[in-house]
Design a protein around this ligand. Structure first.
Ligand code: P5A
Length: 445
């Protein structure tokens, strides 16, 4: 993409409504625009990152054997009356009436709708296990929408639902989700720690939230500092291997790590004092096992191996896709702007032309652009007639992890400059070597 032809409405001033750095930077970098309280338009740069995050989620769900689909945003109130949640959900649910006076709602989550789909089609235990998921907009009429996309009213969620014959099978589905989420967050450059939590309006008492530690986080958390040493890394996972998934769950959840809702002071005090931590975190996902809560209420039964009709065991599993942009920026920025992890960056590399209009510089930039594109990379070429300082400031603000700077002086010596946004370190390389370096950095991601 050439910047002169893109739509990147960066703001020079700090927007006064933004209280935390991620919100401020998303507005300044022209990623989002508020349309009303807690509801945002996703401008091209923000939209691009949102899609990168969705892509990672899809890839990791596919590995786990979970099946993508799409359910609507508007749902009939009748299904929610069946489960009993229509009244229980309270004012967070946005209720609407259609022209025939039918009660509808903008889905805050989809347990009822998916259970209805399941019971319409699945009759036998032989069709289990089954895990379906989608990535769809949700609406929760939060009392205090704030911090930009962190606590929105309309927000994008990945929500998955497992259907299993037995509790044991459903717990394996739970473990699969835990493993696939750990992998997903790591690919996004985040450490998200699973912590024992509360079931809230979704239900069930076996649930973990995934928290990214950050001072601006809304959740209060308590943990053993050893949990921060755990990384998932590059392990081979067989998602059908029950014992392997269980051992990963144990590895990541056996140490004390809880949100304030389930915090147990006595258990916490058993950790050696030097390892006790209380901090704040951003909840970027949550997984639940709630047994037959919905299948009992909505009569989602299958014929078991002995011929009897049994309610299925279920769980639901969510990732806060739009919230993740805020969480990633909270975890990765400096005073000049965003620093995107390679896994989610909107463009792989910036190209800054120090002397637009200079034939050699223009030609070298065009060649770099072509060569990077040929390697399957997406560069953002700042071809505007701006001072070098302004171009660097924009690149630093929008946070592309790598920048190639091209100027007539360097070109005379046959080199361009490759700079890391994270470390600020630069290297002089031939244009060919710079392309090869950038391609190598992204290989495999
Ligand atoms: C799990 C999937 C559920 O709704 N039902 C389907 C279960 N879980 S949850 O924890 O309530 O939500 C899942 C994730 O969605 C994000 N989230 C939000 N993001 C932005 N703004 C909000 N107002 C908001 N509310 C929830 C969180 O990341 C949460 O973990």
């Amino acid at each position: 993409m050439r910047l002169s032809r893109y739509f990147l409405p960066v703001l020079k001033e700090n927007p006064s409504e933004a209280q935390i750095v991620s919100h401020r930077l998303m507005l300044r970098a022209g990623m989002i625009q508020q349309s009303s309280a807690g509801i945002y338009s996703w401008l091209p740069m923000g939209f691009k990152v949102l899609k990168r995050i969705e892509q990672i989620v899809h890839e990791e769900q596919a590995r786990a054997g979970h099946i993508p689909m799409l359910m609507p945003t508007l749902q009939s109130a009748d299904l929610w009356r069946e489960s009993g949640r229509y009244e229980d959900y309270g004012q967070e649910m946005l209720r609407v009436t259609d022209r025939h006076d039918r009660d509808m709602l903008y889905g805050p989550t989809n347990e009822e709708l998916i259970t209805d789909i399941f019971r319409s089609h699945v009759r036998s235990y032989k069709d289990l296990p089954l895990t379906l998921y989608h990535i769809q907009w949700k609406f929760r009429d939060e009392i205090r929408p704030r911090f930009g996309v962190m606590r929105g009213r309309e927000f994008l969620m990945k929500d998955g639902y497992n259907f299993d014959l037995t509790k044991e099978d459903a717990l394996h589905a739970y473990n699969r989700h835990l493993v696939s989420y750990l992998r997903s967050y790591e690919r996004m450059g985040l450490q998200a720690i699973p912590m024992r939590a509360d079931g809230g309006p979704i239900g069930g008492d076996y649930t973990h939230e995934f928290l990214v530690l950050a001072e601006t986080g809304e959740s209060e958390v308590f943990y053993d500092s050893e949990v921060t040493d755990l990384t998932f890394g590059d392990r081979e996972i067989d998602y059908d291997d029950v014992a392997q998934c269980q051992s990963i769950l144990e590895e990541f959840t056996s140490r004390y790590a809880r949100t304030d809702e389930t915090h147990d002071e006595a258990a916490f005090n058993e950790i050696p004092e030097a390892r006790r931590r209380s901090a704040r975190g951003i909840e970027v996902g949550q997984i639940f096992y709630f047994g037959t809560k919905y299948s009992d209420a909505m009569k989602a039964v299958v014929q078991g191996p002995d011929g009897a009709q049994v309610p299925v065991h279920m769980g639901s599993h969510g990732i806060g896709v739009s919230r993740l942009l805020g969480a990633i920026i909270e975890a990765s920025h400096d005073d000049k702007g965003i620093i995107w992890p390679e896994g989610v960056t909107p463009f792989h590399c910036g190209i800054v032309n120090l002397k637009q209009g200079d034939a050699a510089a223009d030609g070298a930039c065009a060649d770099l652009y072509k060569a990077l594109t040929a390697k399957g990379l997406e560069p953002l070429y700042d071809d505007r007639n701006e001072r070098a300082g302004a171009k660097f400031a924009t690149m630093d603000l929008i946070g592309l992890p790598w920048r190639i700077t091209v100027g007539p002086r360097g070109l005379k010596a046959g080199v361009v400059e490759l700079t890391s946004r994270r470390t600020g370190e630069s290297e002089e390389l031939t244009p060919e070597a710079a392309v090869a370096r950038v391609a190598e950095i992204y290989a495999g991601s």
